[in-house]
Design a protein around this ligand. Structure first.
Ligand code: ADP
Length: 162
């Protein structure tokens, strides 16, 4: 059985992440969506909130587990009994950072393999960061994130300012 880990901040989860989770399920038997517990990054949503939003977003998908982790990804992989990391590549701008992380993880744990997947085209310019920025300025994020995330963003960032 092939278990893969899809790590990230998911602050918050977007349709781009969900697209990647579905693609990941095509190549892995079981997929662990692992939310990074890193308060130093000062996320908009707490780890508990991010985990809850991911869980709700993947509710209908069997073979998906939602978890959180801190520390090194390679240590988490060992704890989960997996050697496979799934990451997304949206644009060339993602490449440099992802390349560095993948090779460093391999150095730390030679068996760790990172698989890169491209989302469907409409999601190639979608990021949690841009969603937060739009929501912060009162713009519409419907169609970019699930309904419950739209509601959570509204609750956190307040109603639309005129
Ligand atoms: P991180 O802080 O680890 O980059 P993110 O939640 O921003 O966490 O992203 C987690 C992973 O999901 C990364 O590999 C990122 O490239 C990928 N990802 C984020 N948004 C998208 C998207 N719209 N399409 C495909 N992959 C994405």
């Amino acid at each position: 059985m092939k278990k893969a880990v899809y790590p990230g901040s998911f602050d918050p989860i977007t349709f781009g992440h969900i697209d990647l989770i579905k693609r990941g399920l095509e190549i892995a038997d079981r997929l662990v969506v692992a939310v990074l517990d890193n308060p130093a990054k000062e996320p908009l949503f707490t780890t508990g909130e991010r985990v809850a939003m991911v869980k709700k977003a993947v509710k209908g998908l069997r073979r998906v587990e939602v978890d959180y982790f801190d520390g090194l990804l390679v240590d988490y992989l060992k704890r989960k009994g997996s050697n496979t990391v799934i990451r997304g590549l949206r644009a060339i701008s993602d490449f440099e950072y992802e390349f560095q992380m993948a090779l460093m993880n391999r150095r730390l744990s030679p068996k760790a393999e990172t698989v890169f997947m491209m989302p469907a085209e409409p999601y190639t310019y979608l990021s949690s960061n841009i969603v937060r920025e739009i929501a912060r300025r009162g713009g519409k994020v419907d169609g970019l994130v699930p309904h419950h995330v739209v509601a959570a963003l509204k609750a956190r960032l307040g109603p639309r300012r005129s």
